[in-house]
Design a protein. Sequence first.
Length: 220
Amino acid sequence: QDKKVQPREPVSARMVANMLTLAGAGRILTIDLHAEQIQGFFDIPVDHLYAAPIIGDYLIKKGLQDSDTVVVSPDVGGVARARALAETLGAPLAIIVKRRPEPNKSEVKEIIGDIRGKTAVMIDDMIDTGGSVVNGAESLIARGARRVFACCTHPVLSGSAIERLSNAPIEEVVVTDTIPLTPEKLLDKITVLSVAPLLARAIEHIHRDESISSLFRDTP
């Protein structure tokens, strides 16, 4: 949490940053922060990495690098992330416009972009309860998308997310291993990609006093 929502509520991101610093951390590596401003809560160097190249390479190997693919941002706030993936795949961009009547609930108002007859690839930083991604997939299919893939960096998968994803019109859910998944969450349609090589390269560059900017290929 990067801001106060109610009076007398702590800013927990600042507390975690202080705890890590007091524990002796001298530098922090992060991947796809939900709120990038959290970097400013640390008094030590922070390197923010992105999983987009890992996900992009996987989708290219699946043959989703063509004009029949459209990359979809699940909301207006995720456009930069979706645009980066769209450029990697050489695909057009579409945006789901929605409203949130309450936390973890969303309603699709419209979809900006041509998705009819295309393979839609939704990309987000995380999937929590699965409500947004499932609503998005259903709306894409209803508006003419041929098939739907869902991708995210952090598979929180809380509550009834697994049941929702299992029944959703989503062909494959591509996630990374930033959050380990228990066996009961490993659906056949879930593919887990490792971020270990990305972190290893970043650590190597840091120890050699080299720039890690080369790791920011195809990022927002």
